[in-house]
Design a protein around this ligand. Sequence first.
Ligand code: 5BU
Length: 480
Amino acid sequence: MELDTNLEQLILKLYDIEGVKFGDFKLKSGIQSPAYFDLRVIVSYPALMREVSQVLWQVSMKAEKFASICGVPYTALPIASVMSVDNDVPMLIRRREAKDYGTKKMIEGKYNAGDLCLVVEDVVTSGSSVFETVQLLQEYGLVVKDAVVLLERQQGGTERLRNDGVNLHSVITMTQLVTVLKKHGKIDETMYNRVLKFVADNRFDIPSQPAVVGNGDTTVKKAKAEMTFKERAELCKNELGRRLFGLMEDKQSNLILSADLTKSEDILKLVDIVGSKVCIVKTHADIIEDFTVDFVHKLQDLAKKHNFLIFEDRKFADIGNTVKYQYNNGLHKIIEWADIVNAHSVSGPGVIQGLQKVGLEKGRACLLIAEMSSKGSLAKGEYTKATVDMAKTYSEFVIGFISQNRVCDDQQFLYMTPGVRLEEGKDSLGQQYVTPSVAILQNKTDLIIVGRNIYNAEDPLNVAEEFRQAAYNAYLKRIS
Ligand code: 5BU
């Protein structure tokens, strides 16, 4: 428990710059906390920044010999930079901006598969931020065995990370911090006890029976993270949405085929080949040159044969009264055959009201376009947030989103991502691609939508199976 005088001085300096505060603070989680840490302010104190980097470097000597270091964005990023430069150890940068830079590499810097990387963090509470970075590094082929942190809040982070196969080495613990501050008269006995009680009362415990994933030597135990599709079905207020959640788990598929061919015969042929691998077939009725009612009936027969839903990617975007006609009337009579349609939120809630007026009684469902995969899309930030709010208001009809990210935490919704290929990249007309694992594991969406990569393949069945496996395994990994 005794700290050397240098660490005592460091704690006092952190207190002086208000990197550590005491009082009544509402945390992001809504919990009321007597202590608050905001170490971002360190960048304004270069000497202190160096000192913090040096003590972190000292504890990093307890780690297995590493080839590079990576700071958890953002606070630890400049700290890792100083550690890197001072000690001549290469650094990697983890990107955070998955939203607007979907196809860019999420890890910048040079590395080789199998390299050992040390993760650097400023404060650890539950350990989830460190773990997110670890997971991303692992996706890029790096190995992480150790992480270092300036302040361990003793709320279970060390234990949870150990459970995930990462040794966390900390410079200061919460108990040490308050002990030093009490000793120097910065906080009184009451605050000291309040903080320690808060820590004890707010621990993130490891589940008693952790799931075991992985194989062979690399088997690690992980804390259960998320509800399964079947569990989430119960939260969904739309019957078709509930059916889809169930179907995905029964069929072990979160793959959507985008059948963007222009001849009905070609579409039917393709769908019959890959139908067993997908949970939804997505169409663009207005690109089909020989669209007929007969085509629709055959597609519906295939939907029964292979057990998938039909999603017409119509992207309604007009006033309520007009979209009602576009949905119900015209050449395509979409409502007669499409289980699911989608809409832009740009025209306001009227678009949903118009669609649900005719769609709800027929047992249909709708998706809102919260983000797009194309470069320069304006569907981001406030627009995306407002779209989420709209979906929440109309959740009897809206079952989820087309989005590149998990645009909200609500597990009643499904998050479907287009712009997916086996390799990241782009086409010549603005489409941007991520891989199935980036979509499902990193960006935490639920379903992938794949077009050209499947229907242009020489062997669409095998490629579809490859996508199905990649996407479903990523989901299984996420819930384990
Ligand atoms: P691709 O061939 O896998 O690039 O096809 C993607 C499909 O998803 C295609 O039908 C698009 O119209 C659709 N799409 C998309 O790519 N991006 C979006 O943001 C939305 C739909 Br919304």
